[in-house]
Design a protein around this ligand. Structure first.
Ligand code: B12
Length: 213
């Protein structure tokens, strides 16, 4: 069967929230030797993009988005070993979390997978993280970078609180941000050290900040 059709099928499985089908279809494509990055971009991200549009247009509601998110997570689990590989050497440590009030974690998880795939050790502190939580975990793990994710216009503003909190404590670790509603201008406004539009950008950004080519 033509590969484009297979991608479309998988994309539809994400949209319809068929998590077991999505998982087996992802595994099938991987076994056929298809580049995992193509599966991610051409099938999973496309599917999730359509889910986002339909949600915005109120054609679907939270329960449907949740089942699509579950399907996306099942596919990402299947992809993960292929994207992460087995890097023996660590290029550095990155702390990642979604800010307080926000439960969106698919993008953050993808950034974590891509960073790991590129050789970074990732400490993922989950969702709904307060400034204190970011700070405590940073002190515990002494990472080279702190990354924050936010998907809501109501929660993205909290990123500034976290940055201020680190400043008050005189901790100068680079802090980077990402999430669909953000942009470089917002990053500059709140004093973040960088903004990444997607997981590929995230890796480039971290490499750049840590001077790794
Ligand atoms: C899935 C989803 C959900 C799921 C989340 C499941 C989960 N476990 O994540 C559920 C159903 C729970 C949900 C709930 C809600 N959601 Co919602 N959700 C989405 C949806 C459809 C997709 C998000 C997603 O996973 N995208 C795929 C990933 C891969 O992309 P991403 O998150 O953007 O991440 C990439 C980049 O942004 C970047 N990135 C992300 N983080 C980071 C971090 C760093 C450091 C870097 C460098 C880069 C980076 O790299 C990632 C990979 O490429 C979006 C629509 C959209 N267009 O974003 C709405 C959306 C974000 N949700 C929205 C809303 C309104 C809500 C609710 C308030 C709905 C409600 N009435 O309850 C609640 C809020 C709950 C809460 N308190 O957080 C709105 C936000 C509007 C706004 N302007 O604020 C959106 C935009 C939908 C819409 N168009 O209206 N949602």
């Amino acid at each position: 069967m033509e590969i484009g059709l297979k991608f479309e099928e998988l994309s539809n499985m994400i949209i319809e929230g068929k998590h077991l089908d999505a998982e087996s279809s992802t595994k099938y494509l991987l076994e056929m030797g298809i580049d995992p990055k193509n599966i991610l971009d051409e099938a999973l991200m496309k599917g999730m993009g359509i889910v986002g549009q339909r949600f915005r247009d109120q054609q679907i509601f939270v329960p449907q988005v949740l089942i699509s998110a579950r399907a996306m997570k099942f596919s990402m689990k299947a992809l993960e070993p292929y994207l992460v590989g087995d890097n023996a050497l660590s290029k550095g440590k990155v702390l990642l979390g979604t800010v307080k009030g926000d439960v969106h974690d698919i993008g953050k998880n993808l950034v974590a997978i891509m960073l790991q795939g590129s050789g970074y050790e990732v400490i993922d502190i989950g969702t709904g993280c307060s400034a204190e939580k970011f700070y405590d975990e940073y002190l515990k793990h002494k990472t080279d970078i702190v990354g924050m994710s936010a998907l809501l216009t109501t929660t993205m503003v909290y990123m500034k609180t976290v940055i201020e909190f680190f400043k008050e404590k005189n901790v100068m670790v680079p802090i980077i941000i990402g999430g669909a509603p953000l942009n470089q201008r917002f990053a500059d406004e709140i004093g973040a050290d960088g903004f990444g539009r997607n997981s590929y950008d995230a890796v480039k950004l971290v490499d750049k900040i840590l001077n790794i080519n």
